[in-house]
Structure formats: structure tokens, C-alpha cells
Ligand binder design. Sequence first.
Ligand code: 5GP
Ligand code: ZN
Length: 114
Amino acid sequence: MEECLFCKIIKGEIPSEKVYEDELVLSFKDIKPEAPVHVLIIPKQHISSINDLNEDNAKVISHVFSVAKIIAKKLNIAETGYRIVSNCGEDGGQTVSHIHFHLLGGRTLRWPPG
Ligand code: 5GP
Ligand code: ZN
């Protein structure tokens, strides 16, 4: 099976601007930023989407949020505020089938999203 784009980024086969990495997750700058701060946080284990979470693999998601807090502080948006988004499926706007969390900040974000 052809490996997914984000698995290739995890392996270093495709370059990325990393902002955080540990044994469970990787965070890197989005290639097409929608805000002054726009990074993606992904589990290193391939999980296609929220629909594929279960009792065993979902534990990493709480870690994603712990890490998001650390990254927000590192990128100086912890106090001004930020948004975490995970798009799921076609209507959700998911374009890469490896679960990921957008961390957006550095400007006032509009609500609701389009
Ligand atoms: P989605 O649309 O699935 O919610 O988010 C996928 C995100 O991945 C998009 O914001 C897109 O800009 C980003 N992206 C797609 N390909 C690459 C890439 O090769 N490198 C990086 N850093 N980001 C990518
Ligand atoms: Zn993957």
C-alpha cells in the first residue's frame, strides 16, 4: 500500500518545519498557513481519521492536547488564544487521511468556520 503523506513526513522522507516531536506525536508548520501561527499535530501511529479511533488508539489524542498546550506557549499564543481543529471526512474538509489537529492562532479567528 502506498504510504500516506504524513507518514512520509514522520519518516523524514518529505521535509517539514518541525516545531515539536516526541515518541508519540510530531508537530510541523502547515505548508499553506491560514493564520500567522498554523501548525499540524499528528500522532506517529497511522490513524486515518476520527472515525478510526477506538479505546486502544484514542489515548494518544489526550497527549495531542497536552502537547498543543506546550506548542501554544512556545509559539507565544497561549495567552492571546488559539483554536484546535480536526477535519473529518469529505464534508468536514479532510484532505489528508492521517488524523491531524490544526493549531491556529496569532490573529482573531472568525466563527463560525465556512
Ligand atoms: P485537512 O485539509 O486534511 O484538514 O488538512 C491538511 C493540511 O495539510 C492542510 O492545511 C494542508 O495545507 C497541509 N498539507 C498538505 N500537504 C502538506 C505538506 O506536504 N507539508 C505540510 N507541512 N503541510 C501539508
Ligand atoms: Zn499516515
